[in-house]
Design a protein around this ligand. Structure first.
Ligand SMILES: *[C@@H]1O[C@H](CO)[C@@H](O)[C@H](O)[C@H]1NC(C)=O
Length: 162
C-alpha cells in the first residue's frame, strides 16, 4: 500500500515536472511565452517571473507594467492587451541572449497562483555555427596543401641523395 502511494506520488511529481514546455531559440531571436488561464478570468492580472525571482513583466487589472521590471528585460517585453479578456496573458521577449536561458513562469493570482512555465534554451545562431568550423576547415586545408606540396619535395630530395 505504502509503495503504491509512493509510486503515485512520483508519477505525479514527474508529470508535474514534464508539464513545463521547453523552447529552443537562437541568439537574437524573439519568442512568445504562452500563458492561458484555466478558466475565463474576471481579474486580468498575471505576474511573469524568471527563475521564480526576477520580475520580467506584470499585468495588473488589465494594464501591462514594467515599473518593477528587472533592468535585464528593459525594452524587450510586450504583452497583448486585446487578449487579456480571453485569459491569454502571453508575453513576448525579444533579442534573446544566452544569459536569458532558464524558466519563465506566469502566475495567476485569481486561480490560486496557478503557474504556467516555459523553459527557454538559447543556442548560437546557425550562421555562427557555420562560420567557425568553416574557417577552421580553411586553415586545415591550407596546412594539408602545404604538407602535400612538401612530401614530393622531400621525396625528391631523398631520391637525389640516393
Ligand atoms: C495569445 O496571444 C498571442 C499574441 O497575440 C498569440 O500568439 C497566441 O496564439 C494566443 N494564445 C492563445 C492560446 O490564444
Amino acid at each position: 500500500m505504502f509503495k503504491s502511494v509512493l509510486l503515485c506520488f512520483f508519477i505525479l511529481v514527474l508529470n508535474e515536472a514534464s508539464v513545463d514546455k521547453t523552447v529552443q531559440v537562437f541568439v537574437g531571436d524573439s519568442t512568445v511565452f504562452p500563458c492561458r488561464s484555466p478558466r475565463q478570468p474576471t481579474i486580468f492580472t498575471a505576474y511573469w517571473r524568471y527563475e521564480d525571482s526576477k520580475n520580467v513583466y506584470d499585468i495588473q487589472d488589465g494594464v501591462g507594467s514594467t515599473k518593477e521590471q528587472d533592468p535585464a528585460y528593459k525594452s524587450r517585453t510586450e504583452s497583448f492587451p486585446t487578449e487579456y479578456s480571453k485569459g491569454n496573458f502571453s508575453l513576448k521577449l525579444r533579442k534573446l541572449q544566452k544569459i536569458d536561458a532558464g524558466s519563465y513562469c506566469c502566475y495567476l493570482p485569481e486561480f490560486s497562483s496557478h503557474q504556467i512555465c516555459t523553459v527557454l534554451q538559447v543556442k548560437d545562431g546557425p550562421r555562427g555555427i557555420q562560420v567557425k568550423p568553416g574557417s577552421n576547415r580553411g586553415v586545415e586545408s591550407k596546412a594539408e596543401r602545404i604538407v602535400s606540396l612538401l612530401i614530393p619535395f622531400f621525396a625528391g630530395t631523398i631520391l637525389l641523395w640516393l
